[in-house]
Write a protein that binds this ligand. Structure first.
Ligand SMILES: [Zn+2]
Length: 199
């Protein structure tokens, strides 16, 4: 399948049961993604990768609780428990993930003052990660996304992929959602409207 890549989003310990920001049944995607990856010549991983004291952590903002929303210079930001700290076990890929085939790992959220849900742009929607350029140089025009979480990093990545002119498909059975205040339904609607294929 030249020209097509599987992008495996944030299948990291902290997003799986027992992790700091566990997505319900997040670990269920691991064997499904391992099977799915066999159908792709190109596999790319994303890895949430925050310095301690990151601006997306509730603990960084005095008097704030996880899952509250605050306003940062680039817009609204949901606050999260401390998670995926650079080099920690929580930031490591799930031990069952067969990741050796991956050609690229895109780390995101490493700048202290800005979060990054999308694999393409940080949360200011302006600062690129370099992924679009990588895909274009490799002749990859279509991507399939799977991983965690459906309504955050997968959805924002899919929307940016479509916005950058890539064919974007989300393999929903290989994703699990956080679903915070109706976020899953909202983001599924946005993806459909943007022409993302939901399969
Ligand atoms: Zn994060």
């Amino acid at each position: 399948m030249a020209g097509k890549a599987l992008i495996v989003v944030d299948v990291q310990n902290d997003f799986c049961p027992g992790g700091a920001l566990a997505v319900d049944r997040g670990d269920e995607v691991v064997p499904l993604i391992n099977t799915l990856a066999k159908n792709f010549e190109h596999v790319i991983l994303t890895q949430d990768w925050h310095p301690a004291g990151h601006s997306s952590f509730a603990s960084t903002h005095k008097g704030r609780q996880a899952f509250e929303t605050i306003e940062l210079p680039y817009g609204d930001q949901t606050l999260w428990p401390d998670h995926c700290i650079q080099g920690s076990d929580g930031a490591a890929f799930h031990s069952g993930l067969v990741w050796t085939k991956a050609e690229l790992v895109v780390r995101k959220g490493f700048r202290p003052s800005i979060d990054s849900y999308s694999a393409f742009f940080e949360n200011d929607h302006k600062t690129p990660t370099g992924l679009a350029g990588y895909l274009r140089e490799r002749g990859i025009s279509d991507i399939t996304l799977a991983g965690l979480a459906t309504d955050y990093c997968v959805a924002y990545s899919a929307l940016d992929a479509a916005g950058q002119g890539f064919g974007a498909t989300v393999q929903l059975d290989c994703c699990r959602a956080i679903d915070l205040s109706g976020s899953l339904e909202k983001m599924l609607g946005k993806m459909k409207a943007a022409g993302v294929a939901l399969v």
